[in-house]
Design a protein around this ligand. Structure first.
Ligand code: HEM
Length: 184
Protein backbone atom coordinates (compact mmCIF):
# COMPACT_ATOMS: atom_id res chain seq x y z
CA UNK A 1 0.00 0.00 0.00
CA UNK A 2 2.73 2.47 -0.83
CA UNK A 3 2.63 5.01 -3.59
CA UNK A 4 4.94 5.53 -6.52
CA UNK A 5 5.67 9.31 -6.38
CA UNK A 6 5.75 9.95 -10.15
CA UNK A 7 2.45 8.16 -10.72
CA UNK A 8 0.92 10.04 -7.76
CA UNK A 9 2.19 13.33 -9.20
CA UNK A 10 0.56 12.62 -12.59
CA UNK A 11 -2.69 11.66 -10.91
CA UNK A 12 -2.71 14.86 -8.84
CA UNK A 13 -1.86 17.03 -11.86
CA UNK A 14 -4.88 15.62 -13.63
CA UNK A 15 -7.17 15.77 -10.61
CA UNK A 16 -6.20 19.33 -9.63
CA UNK A 17 -5.99 20.55 -13.24
CA UNK A 18 -2.33 21.62 -13.17
CA UNK A 19 -1.70 22.40 -16.84
CA UNK A 20 1.30 23.05 -19.14
CA UNK A 21 0.16 26.71 -19.11
CA UNK A 22 0.44 26.73 -15.31
CA UNK A 23 3.99 25.36 -15.59
CA UNK A 24 4.93 27.95 -18.12
CA UNK A 25 3.57 30.88 -16.07
CA UNK A 26 5.36 29.58 -12.97
CA UNK A 27 8.63 29.14 -14.89
CA UNK A 28 8.46 32.68 -16.19
CA UNK A 29 8.11 33.98 -12.62
CA UNK A 30 10.88 31.87 -11.08
CA UNK A 31 13.00 34.96 -10.31
CA UNK A 32 10.04 36.68 -8.67
CA UNK A 33 9.47 33.53 -6.60
CA UNK A 34 13.11 33.48 -5.55
CA UNK A 35 12.90 37.15 -4.62
CA UNK A 36 9.92 36.79 -2.27
CA UNK A 37 10.83 33.34 -0.83
CA UNK A 38 12.59 34.68 2.24
CA UNK A 39 9.67 36.99 3.14
CA UNK A 40 7.24 34.07 2.69
CA UNK A 41 9.46 31.96 4.99
CA UNK A 42 9.28 34.73 7.61
CA UNK A 43 5.46 34.77 7.46
CA UNK A 44 5.32 30.98 7.55
CA UNK A 45 7.53 30.52 10.61
CA UNK A 46 5.99 33.49 12.42
CA UNK A 47 2.64 31.70 12.00
CA UNK A 48 4.01 28.34 13.23
CA UNK A 49 5.67 30.14 16.14
CA UNK A 50 2.31 31.56 17.30
CA UNK A 51 0.89 28.05 17.76
CA UNK A 52 1.86 26.36 21.02
CA UNK A 53 2.26 22.83 19.63
CA UNK A 54 4.06 23.81 16.46
CA UNK A 55 6.31 26.26 18.24
CA UNK A 56 7.36 23.47 20.63
CA UNK A 57 8.25 21.22 17.67
CA UNK A 58 10.29 23.99 16.06
CA UNK A 59 12.26 24.61 19.25
CA UNK A 60 12.85 20.92 19.95
CA UNK A 61 16.22 20.77 18.22
CA UNK A 62 19.13 23.17 18.10
CA UNK A 63 19.46 24.90 14.73
CA UNK A 64 16.11 23.58 13.46
CA UNK A 65 14.57 27.01 12.84
CA UNK A 66 17.55 28.18 10.83
CA UNK A 67 17.60 24.96 8.76
CA UNK A 68 13.87 25.21 8.16
CA UNK A 69 14.12 28.77 6.92
CA UNK A 70 16.60 27.62 4.27
CA UNK A 71 14.65 24.50 3.25
CA UNK A 72 11.44 26.56 3.00
CA UNK A 73 13.15 28.98 0.58
CA UNK A 74 14.27 26.06 -1.59
CA UNK A 75 10.84 24.44 -1.46
CA UNK A 76 9.11 27.69 -2.39
CA UNK A 77 11.41 28.36 -5.35
CA UNK A 78 11.05 24.76 -6.60
CA UNK A 79 7.30 25.35 -7.07
CA UNK A 80 8.25 27.84 -9.80
CA UNK A 81 11.10 25.94 -11.46
CA UNK A 82 9.49 22.49 -11.17
CA UNK A 83 13.07 21.16 -10.68
CA UNK A 84 12.96 18.67 -13.59
CA UNK A 85 9.78 20.07 -15.14
CA UNK A 86 7.68 18.59 -12.34
CA UNK A 87 9.03 15.10 -13.15
CA UNK A 88 10.55 12.29 -11.08
CA UNK A 89 12.93 14.52 -9.13
CA UNK A 90 10.09 16.85 -8.13
CA UNK A 91 7.75 13.97 -7.17
CA UNK A 92 10.48 12.16 -5.16
CA UNK A 93 11.33 15.40 -3.37
CA UNK A 94 7.68 16.05 -2.40
CA UNK A 95 7.23 12.47 -1.23
CA UNK A 96 10.37 12.77 0.89
CA UNK A 97 9.04 16.01 2.46
CA UNK A 98 5.84 14.14 3.32
CA UNK A 99 7.78 11.34 5.01
CA UNK A 100 9.90 13.81 7.01
CA UNK A 101 6.73 15.37 8.48
CA UNK A 102 5.14 12.01 9.31
CA UNK A 103 8.31 10.95 11.12
CA UNK A 104 8.31 14.09 13.26
CA UNK A 105 4.60 13.62 14.08
CA UNK A 106 3.33 16.73 12.30
CA UNK A 107 -0.29 15.92 11.50
CA UNK A 108 -2.77 17.09 8.85
CA UNK A 109 -4.28 19.44 11.45
CA UNK A 110 -0.93 21.31 11.40
CA UNK A 111 -0.05 21.06 7.72
CA UNK A 112 -3.34 22.16 6.16
CA UNK A 113 -3.59 25.52 7.98
CA UNK A 114 0.12 26.07 7.37
CA UNK A 115 -0.37 25.67 3.61
CA UNK A 116 -3.36 28.02 3.83
CA UNK A 117 -0.98 30.63 5.26
CA UNK A 118 1.36 30.20 2.29
CA UNK A 119 -1.54 30.62 -0.16
CA UNK A 120 -2.83 33.66 1.73
CA UNK A 121 0.52 35.43 2.06
CA UNK A 122 1.54 34.76 -1.52
CA UNK A 123 -1.87 36.06 -2.61
CA UNK A 124 -1.22 39.35 -0.81
CA UNK A 125 2.24 39.65 -2.38
CA UNK A 126 0.82 38.94 -5.86
CA UNK A 127 -1.53 41.90 -5.43
CA UNK A 128 1.19 44.24 -4.15
CA UNK A 129 3.39 43.33 -7.15
CA UNK A 130 0.51 43.52 -9.66
CA UNK A 131 0.83 39.90 -10.78
CA UNK A 132 -1.77 38.06 -12.84
CA UNK A 133 -4.71 35.90 -11.78
CA UNK A 134 -3.17 33.13 -13.90
CA UNK A 135 -0.05 33.11 -11.74
CA UNK A 136 -2.18 33.06 -8.58
CA UNK A 137 -4.23 30.12 -9.87
CA UNK A 138 -1.12 28.18 -10.92
CA UNK A 139 0.49 28.72 -7.52
CA UNK A 140 -2.68 27.64 -5.77
CA UNK A 141 -2.72 24.42 -7.76
CA UNK A 142 0.92 23.49 -7.16
CA UNK A 143 0.52 24.25 -3.44
CA UNK A 144 -2.42 21.80 -3.35
CA UNK A 145 -0.36 19.12 -5.12
CA UNK A 146 2.44 19.56 -2.58
CA UNK A 147 -0.11 19.41 0.23
CA UNK A 148 -1.60 16.21 -1.19
CA UNK A 149 1.85 14.57 -1.05
CA UNK A 150 2.26 15.37 2.66
CA UNK A 151 -1.28 14.24 3.50
CA UNK A 152 -0.96 11.04 1.49
CA UNK A 153 2.29 10.19 3.27
CA UNK A 154 0.28 9.84 6.53
CA UNK A 155 -2.11 7.35 5.05
CA UNK A 156 0.62 5.35 3.37
CA UNK A 157 2.99 5.24 6.34
CA UNK A 158 0.25 4.38 8.85
CA UNK A 159 -1.31 1.66 6.70
CA UNK A 160 2.03 0.12 5.73
CA UNK A 161 3.09 0.01 9.38
CA UNK A 162 -0.14 -1.77 10.43
CA UNK A 163 0.02 -4.23 7.53
CA UNK A 164 3.67 -5.03 8.20
CA UNK A 165 3.16 -5.46 11.93
CA UNK A 166 -0.02 -7.57 11.73
CA UNK A 167 0.41 -9.45 8.46
CA UNK A 168 -3.18 -8.48 7.54
CA UNK A 169 -4.20 -8.22 3.92
CA UNK A 170 -5.07 -4.83 2.47
CA UNK A 171 -8.69 -5.95 1.96
CA UNK A 172 -9.05 -6.98 5.60
CA UNK A 173 -7.52 -3.69 6.74
CA UNK A 174 -9.92 -1.66 4.60
CA UNK A 175 -12.87 -3.67 5.93
CA UNK A 176 -11.78 -3.06 9.54
CA UNK A 177 -11.48 0.68 8.89
CA UNK A 178 -14.94 0.80 7.32
CA UNK A 179 -16.43 -1.12 10.27
CA UNK A 180 -14.56 1.05 12.78
CA UNK A 181 -15.70 4.26 11.09
CA UNK A 182 -19.35 3.25 11.07
CA UNK A 183 -19.27 2.50 14.80
CA UNK A 184 -17.88 5.97 15.66
C1 HEM B 1 2.88 23.96 3.99
C2 HEM B 1 3.31 23.03 4.76
C3 HEM B 1 4.78 22.72 4.94
C4 HEM B 1 5.80 22.76 4.04
C5 HEM B 1 5.74 23.08 2.57
C6 HEM B 1 7.01 22.37 4.74
C7 HEM B 1 8.27 22.26 4.16
C8 HEM B 1 9.32 21.59 4.75
C9 HEM B 1 10.54 21.18 4.08
C10 HEM B 1 10.87 21.46 2.63
C11 HEM B 1 11.29 20.49 4.98
C12 HEM B 1 12.67 19.86 4.76
C13 HEM B 1 12.50 18.38 4.46
C14 HEM B 1 13.85 17.67 4.29
O1 HEM B 1 14.54 17.49 5.29
O2 HEM B 1 14.16 17.32 3.15
C15 HEM B 1 10.56 20.48 6.23
C16 HEM B 1 10.99 19.88 7.39
C17 HEM B 1 10.40 20.13 8.60
N1 HEM B 1 9.21 20.77 8.84
FE1 HEM B 1 7.95 21.47 7.45
N2 HEM B 1 6.70 22.15 6.05
C18 HEM B 1 5.35 22.35 6.21
C19 HEM B 1 4.64 22.27 7.38
C20 HEM B 1 5.23 22.14 8.61
C21 HEM B 1 4.55 22.31 9.87
C22 HEM B 1 3.06 22.64 10.05
C23 HEM B 1 5.46 22.10 10.84
C24 HEM B 1 5.15 22.17 12.33
C25 HEM B 1 5.98 22.54 13.22
C26 HEM B 1 6.74 21.79 10.19
C27 HEM B 1 7.94 21.49 10.80
C28 HEM B 1 9.01 20.88 10.18
C29 HEM B 1 10.14 20.27 10.89
C30 HEM B 1 10.31 20.19 12.39
C31 HEM B 1 11.02 19.77 9.89
C32 HEM B 1 12.34 19.04 10.10
C33 HEM B 1 13.42 20.04 10.36
C34 HEM B 1 14.74 19.41 10.68
O3 HEM B 1 15.50 19.14 9.74
O4 HEM B 1 15.02 19.21 11.86
N3 HEM B 1 6.54 21.83 8.84
N4 HEM B 1 9.37 21.15 6.07
Amino acid sequence: MTIEPTAFMSKMEKRIGFTPEDKSVLNSHADWGQGIASTMADHFYAYLGRDEEMSAILKEKEGRMHRLHETFIQWFHQMFTGMDNWGKEYADCRWHIGLVHVKIGIAPQHVVPAMAVVVHEVGKQLKVDGKSDELQAALGRICMIDLAFIEQAYVEVSSSAVLRETGWSEALFKRLIATGASSM
